[in-house]
Design a protein around this ligand. Structure first.
Ligand code: ZN
Length: 207
């Protein structure tokens, strides 16, 4: 990441919001979200890595990985998948998952995302897989879940929600590597009836 440069332009509300959004995505920051002044990118005293620093108000903008929570909803041996209505990977299929919100437990977050994206009633059964995705600074935690009924419907981020038998999973149209890995792991464990907790890494395809 390059060093932040001093920017003498006045801070507009749009610039401020752009900075906040960039901060949320772990991207470059230009303006302090506390006071609106420009920030620089350097190592604070006593720290071991560079951070975005605001010399006006003294705020150090720490950036840490984002937590994504989701689940694998199953009913009658079928898995619920959502077809994405939004980028990235619009038109491809995914499991219900999204960013954990402040004030939520991980299980509550997975349940909320399932309601938002699929309108689906689920019972969380247990934590199943954790994936470090260091190149985008995300941690995915996937739960196993029981789909309670079939009264699901696509939410605003989905164009379609469907149940798939294992043999019908559209493997060539799964949105993300982490989702494909979760499903493959699940179908490997399912015949054994035992779902030991898994921790793995997702590597960048670019490397
Ligand atoms: Zn500041």
């Amino acid at each position: 990441m390059e060093l932040g440069t001093r920017n003498t332009q006045p801070v507009t509300r749009n610039a401020y919001l752009a900075t906040r959004n960039a901060e949320r995505q772990g991207e470059r920051m230009n303006y302090c979200s506390n006071c609106g002044d420009t920030v620089k990118f350097s190592t604070p005293t006593g720290d071991d890595r560079p951070r975005y620093l605001c010399e006006s108000c003294g705020t150090i903008h720490y950036e840490n990985p984002k937590m994504v929570v989701g689940c694998i909803p199953e009913k009658d041996r079928k898995i619920l998948l959502c077809r994405r209505a939004i980028e990235p990977q619009s038109g491809k299929w995914t499991l219900p998952a999204g960013y954990l919100e402040n004030g939520e437990t991980v299980a509550q977050g997975a349940q909320r995302e399932t309601i938002e994206e699929a309108g689906a009633n689920i019972q969380i059964l247990g934590p199943y897989a954790l994936f470090n995705i260091r190149y985008v600074n995300q941690i995915y935690l996937m739960f196993r879940a029981r789909l309670i009924d079939e009264n699901f419907k696509a939410g605003s981020e989905s164009t379609e929600v469907r149940l798939f038998l294992e043999e019908d999973i559209p493997w060539d149209r799964i949105a993300f590597t982490v989702i494909e890995k979760s499903l493959r792991l699940y179908f490997k464990d399912r015949p054994t009836g035992s779902y030991p907790f898994y921790i793995g890494d997702i590597q960048s395809k670019k490397k």
